[in-house]
Design a protein around this ligand. Structure first.
Ligand code: MG
Length: 258
């Protein structure tokens, strides 16, 4: 598959899918409290996306049953929402969700603390978010794909954490997963050159322990091999003449990219 470059008008059109994706993720995060099941959050997200005029991007994708991926503690990504997955104080919950609006897809994720969490988990969340922002900051025309991964990897490994390799970020547009793959590891100036009009989902998945993962028999859930916690943060980002532009954001919640 080619890399589909987006025109400035198309990037403008993608902002609405991004806004709704960000809005539902923010609201879903506020539900991450002890006693709430991941299925309740999933059902809330689906109704919010539809009420906003979108379609849940994940629901039915390759047969995935949910509108969110809900991954708790040692679960890395792709957890299926479940009525029996009830959150407890001290958990961390990664919610990954997206909306399709006017044929354009938004995709974003955040890892939320459930009640009070340990300082070790707090550190993991802080560093993984920092990895994401560093990756976003490297998403500039003239840089290379490897610069994104390098920026993420340097921070994560500098903190003694493992960078997941088997799952990566991706191009996004009319389809949720487009070319190119966007690894969270890499060499400076390695890989293809980044160009204006590329739109990328940048999504570090960082493990407190080993980088190694295990895919579970349900065909979706991925966990850490050593059972230690994992965090995941993601935004959809357009490469523009003015630098990286985060599309999965809402008015009033923007954050300048360093
Ligand atoms: Mg993604």
């Amino acid at each position: 598959m080619p890399i589909y470059l987006k025109s400035p008008e198309q990037i403008e059109a993608m902002k609405e899918a991004g806004r709704i994706s960000a809005m539902v993720l923010r609201k879903a995060g506020a539900l991450a409290r002890p006693g709430v099941s991941t299925l309740e959050i999933d059902q809330f997200v689906e109704s919010e996306i539809r009420a906003a005029g979108g379609v849940p991007a994940f629901k039915g994708y390759a047969g995935f049953p949910g509108s969110i991926c809900a991954s708790v503690n040692e679960q890395v990504v792709h957890g299926i929402p479940s009525a029996t997955a009830v959150l407890k104080e001290g958990d961390i919950l990664s919610i990954d969700t997206g909306a399709i609006v006017d044929g354009w897809v938004g995709d974003n994720a955040w890892t939320y603390p459930v009640g009070r969490i340990s300082p070790e988990k707090e550190h993991l969340l802080r560093v993984t978010e920092e990895c994401m922002w560093a990756g976003i900051s490297a998403a500039r025309a003239g840089n290379h794909l490897g610069d994104i991964g390098h920026a993420v990897q340097e921070i994560a490994e500098g903190a003694g954490y493992g960078v997941v390799r088997e799952y990566v970020g991706h191009g996004i547009g009319r389809q949720m997963h487009e070319e190119p793959n966007v690894p969270n590891y890499g060499r400076r100036h390695g890989g293809i050159e980044l160009r204006e009009g590329m739109v990328l989902a940048i999504e570090p998945m960082i493990n407190m322990g080993t980088r190694k993962t295990r895919a579970m028999p349900d065909g979706w859930l991925v966990v850490t091999r050593d059972g230690k916690p994992s965090a995941h943060f993601e935004k959809t980002v357009a490469i523009t003449p003015d630098g990286p532009l985060v599309l999965t954001t809402e008015p009033g919640y923007e954050r300048p990219v360093g």
